[in-house]
Design a protein around this ligand. Sequence first.
Ligand SMILES: CC(C)(COP(=O)(O)OP(=O)(O)OC[C@H]1O[C@@H](n2cnc3c(N)ncnc32)[C@H](O)[C@@H]1OP(=O)(O)O)[C@@H](O)C(=O)NCCC(=O)NCCS
Length: 181
Amino acid sequence: MSRVVEDRRIDEAGVSRKEGARALRGQVIRVRKARMADVAAMHSMINHYAEKQLMLPKAHLQLYETLRDYSVAVEAGDDSRVLGCGSLHLYWEDLAEIRAVAVLPGIAHKGIGSRVVEALIEEGRSYGLEQIFVFTYVPAFFSRFGFVQVEHRSMPLKVFNECFHCPKFNTCDELAMVLHL
Ligand SMILES: CC(C)(COP(=O)(O)OP(=O)(O)OC[C@H]1O[C@@H](n2cnc3c(N)ncnc32)[C@H](O)[C@@H]1OP(=O)(O)O)[C@@H](O)C(=O)NCCC(=O)NCCS
């Protein structure tokens, strides 16, 4: 069964938009590069969704090793409170992947995921990339930035590097999407 997420009203923690709005009221959000001190929050956020099989789990070691790929959304007034995260992993001179985009359970649909993805796309542009791809269960979210669905087999073989470690390697039901910069 496809896990592509259809419900846009209630987030994964079952918290309504109204409650989420209260949690964020009056806060200015900014996106910055991740720091070591953010890893605990990123680990907890990503693995919360991984337990629900909405994304791949990440070990602390993986997060430390790839920390330079990550950006986080934080409150401007409390730069230590991580509200969302995501990473841009470089693959080739013209190609990168957006991975591990997650927003703190309880504050979905407040624009935080979009802020993270926009920052990652901008980072990709700054490197002079031509394409960014993503494997995802939420195509409606990524299509807002211009990502279009493509066949898995149309992707260059090298992008499956990470997939070799995935328990769902032979039964992948994520959608492949590409953004041409
Ligand atoms: C997917 C996710 C990152 C989106 O973050 P967010 O902060 O809630 O997203 P935004 O508020 O920026 O969303 C903007 C728009 O994107 C679309 N969108 C967001 N989440 C969506 C979802 N789950 N399904 C379909 N469309 C979605 C909607 O059009 C939304 O606008 P709306 O709130 O007016 O309906 C977040 O819900 C999340 O952490 N999900 C679990 C982990 C996950 O699936 N990550 C993706 C890994 S590739």
